[in-house]
Design a protein. Structure first.
Lengths: 293, 308
């Protein structure tokens, strides 16, 4: 059986020190990763069903003095964790759709249609890549408060989160680079068959670029899932807030046991989703790293 | 029919418009519209507006008024700025010391495990799945300064502590970096792992024949082959940590005694607490100037590595 060799060779594995040392290191690292990865989640599970007294007095006791299962439905209904999670998902999916729409159509023009003015737009998009996000934080906020020309305010609407997310130069350029690698012969062939631009886009380019669309979608969802400052600024209405904005506000007013079960619920759903789709997920994130190169 | 029209002489202008239209020029404009509009409103526009704003006095109530460089001189002479700049640099440095080697080590280690690697992978990625704000609230509780706090009671078993953690001027920043490392290590190590699959393994054979031990194989064979991605991740981490906001904002709000006030926290205070949008953008522009240098370096590095 010949599997690919790594840094440590089979000959190395025979030697005494490594023969016993390696498994020891493996076990030690496993314990470390286990404590770091699962420890806080288990602690949260325990605290989520404990009384406030138990959490405060003996947070490291293995078994709480009494189990308070009603914390969980209380957190879901009274603290409205369910509604906030719904908002989070709605914001993430909307951001994903707007990002994909803008970067696929844009990349299609810049890479496939290549009008004369294309390079100017590409250059302008590329230039924003050099500027860090901080420079436009405040003016972006003012733009959302009162949209120039249109004169409307996007504050307290989901558009305020969806639309700015789509103005990501990285996504457009990644998509363009992928479209660039599609063989021109395919496009010429479709043209000869009489395909219009729209048809070329929907029936040839999009189906061919499923992998990159998947990666951009995944990265956008992760990004919007983690976002805190921007939704905090543009969604002051509590009914619209995603879980990340709502949790710190809620934490100030609710008792500790409910707080912990709220945190537990907020963590549970993404963790379960991740465990179910871990293979696809990790592959997608790994691919994203390759793109950054 | 089309033939006829193009045959007509002497109408060059109209003719070229017609060809432009027929070759799909108009639909190209339609396809570009979403990109151009979105970027005008949410990227190009705000960048230009930010530059303009930094020379204006603007509090959203009174009409904006030109004030020249006074925003910049106000920001630069603010006694809080040196402290905030030092804190930000300190955060970057600590994040580099803690957060940089951990995922790299983890990735090299996991790539050596053939059968059980995925398990380590999934476990170490778990913290990255936890919503960052939930993680911060959880860790705030872990960092409870009383003797009954989670970390203090664990350290208490070994006779250490209790520590004040977030309430201590010296420990607050390392505590924040520790959480950030915990949250970020798994995600970074996945990227290193993907890069490690491209390492040419026959070089290990050669190195081994030359008598190189395991450590020197890692140092001289593995790491040089992924140094491109290592450098990129380092630059991205620097650019990210310079703009750190959520962690200090939620953990300490900048305290105790401004020990964790970062530049971005200062910008936030200028804009959304004092309502001084001019000063806030002036500081943003200054920070962006510094980061711009980093991202230009990043760009040239990636160019060089992707062509070789």
């Amino acid at each position: 059986m010949s599997h690919e060799r790594g840094i440590i060779s089979t000959a190395d594995r025979q030697r005494g020190l490594i023969r016993y040392g390696l498994p020891t290191i493996q076990v030690l690292i496993f314990i470390a990763v286990l404590i770091a990865g699962v420890g806080p989640l288990l602690w949260l599970l325990k605290s989520g069903v404990s009384t406030s007294q138990d959490i405060l007095r003996g947070p490291m006791q293995l078994w709480p003095s009494g189990i308070q299962l009603k914390n969980i439905p209380d957190a879901w209904n009274r603290v409205q964790i369910g509604a906030y999670l719904g908002n989070t998902a709605f914001i993430a999916i909307g951001s994903m759709i707007s990002t994909l729409f803008v970067c696929t159509t844009g990349a299609f023009v810049l890479s496939i249609l290549r009008p004369k003015w294309g390079p100017v737009v590409t250059g302008a998009v590329l230039a924003t890549l050099f500027l860090p996000g901080v420079i436009s934080l405040v003016p972006l906020y003012m733009t959302v408060l009162k949209m120039p020309v249109l004169g409307i305010s996007l504050q307290n609407t989901f558009w305020a989160v969806w639309l700015p997310q789509a103005a990501g130069a990285f996504n457009v350029l990644v998509m363009k680079r992928y479209f660039d690698s599609i063989p021109r012969e395919l496009i010429e062939a479709a043209r000869i068959d009489g395909a219009s631009n729209l048809r070329l886009f929907t029936s040839l380019i999009l189906p061919l670029s499923k992998p990159i669309v998947g990666v951009v979608a995944l990265l956008t969802v992760i990004g919007s899932w983690k976002d805190y400052l921007w939704p905090l600024l543009v969604l002051p209405d509590p009914r619209l807030q995603p879980i990340s904005v709502a949790l710190p506000r809620v934490a100030k007013t609710t008792e500790i046991s409910l707080q912990m079960s709220a945190l537990f619920l907020a963590v549970l759903i993404p963790v379960v989703l991740f465990l179910l789709f871990q293979k696809q997920f990790l592959r997608g994130v790994g691919m994203a790293g390759g793109i950054k190169e | 029919m089309f033939q006829q029209r193009t045959d007509k002489p002497g109408r060059n202008g109209a003719q070229s418009w017609a060809t432009w239209y027929r070759s799909g020029g108009l639909s190209a404009v339609f396809f570009a519209l979403p990109l151009v509009l979105i970027f005008l409103y949410f990227s190009w526009g705000p960048i230009v507006r930010g530059l303009v704003l930094s020379f204006q006095k603007n509090n959203l109530v009174a009409p904006p008024e030109w004030v020249g460089m006074s925003n910049f001189s106000y920001v630069l002479t603010d006694p809080q700025l040196p402290q905030a700049a030092l804190n930000t640099l300190y955060f970057c440095l600590l994040a580099l010391i803690f957060g940089f080697p951990v995922p790299l080590f983890l990735a090299v280690f996991i790539s050596e495990l053939r059968k059980t690697g995925w398990l380590y992978n999934v476990l170490s990625y778990l913290p990255a799945v936890v919503p960052p704000v939930a993680a911060i609230l959880l860790w705030t509780f872990f960092y409870d300064p009383s003797g009954a706090g989670v970390f203090n009671s664990i350290l208490g078993w070994f006779g250490l502590g209790p520590f004040a953690w977030l309430n201590s001027q010296t420990l607050a920043m390392p505590a924040i970096v520790l959480e950030a490392t915990w949250a970020g290590a798994g995600a970074t190590s996945i990227i290193y792992l993907a890069a490690l699959t491209g390492v040419r393994t026959e070089l290990y054979e050669a190195a081994e024949l030359d008598g190189a031990g395991i450590w020197s194989r890692v140092w001289h064979v593995t790491l040089p082959q992924i140094r491109g991605i290592i450098l990129i991740m380092m630059l991205l981490q620097l650019i990210g940590t310079f703009q750190v906001f959520t962690e200090p904002f939620l953990f300490t709000g900048g305290g105790p005694n401004n020990a964790t006030t970062t530049i971005l926290l200062l910008i936030y205070r200028y804009a959304f607490i004092n309502g001084d949008f001019g000063a806030a953008t002036a500081l943003s522009v200054l920070l962006a100037g510094v980061l711009c240098v980093l991202s230009v370096v990043y760009h040239f590095v990636t160019r060089r590595w992707s062509t070789t």
